[in-house]
Design a protein around this ligand. Structure first.
Ligand code: ZN
Length: 148
């Protein structure tokens, strides 16, 4: 399925999720989820495994995904639950490394600062996984239909 179709379905699902989540979580949590999910929809999809639109969205930052492309065939392990989990963990590790650097430079206590921000990190991981998994599910459904 192409980028536009994936993005459209992704946003429809997001609207439903926002309505459900607002019943259970704070507005701040839902806002962080929404921002993370939209980011993941445009920047972290399983299709980073090929020279896709999403890959080009990274501009010069594409270099981050060279190792990922080298180790994943298109629609191979990247399009599995484990592959998406590894991709999200990989990127979260990079983000955390940048955060540590920023905390260090600004003279804050690194461990303490990470602890106060860990909810954001967890929400980011969950949102990215939801965005990735819906992509995989849609790919599988449409692939099956094409075979029939
Ligand atoms: Zn795909």
């Amino acid at each position: 399925m192409n980028y536009r179709a994936h993005t459209t379905i992704g946003y429809l699902l997001l609207i439903i999720l926002i309505f459900i989540f607002l019943e259970f979580f704070s507005k701040t949590t839902v806002a962080i989820f929404t921002i993370s999910y939209i980011f993941a929809l445009h920047m972290l999809s399983p299709d980073l495994d090929t020279r896709s639109k999403i890959y080009n969205n990274w501009g010069p930052g594409r270099v981050l995904w060279y190792p990922y492309q080298k180790t994943n065939r298109h629609r191979g392990s990247s399009h599995t639950l484990k592959g998406s989990f590894l991709r999200v963990v990989y990127f979260t590790a990079i983000l955390t490394a940048i955060a540590i650097l920023v905390f260090k430079i600004s003279g804050r206590a690194v461990v303490e600062s990470l602890k106060t921000h860990n909810t954001i990190i967890i929400i980011f991981v969950v949102a990215s996984l939801v965005a990735s998994y819906q992509h995989i599910i849609i790919d599988r459904i449409t692939a099956k239909r094409r075979k029939v």
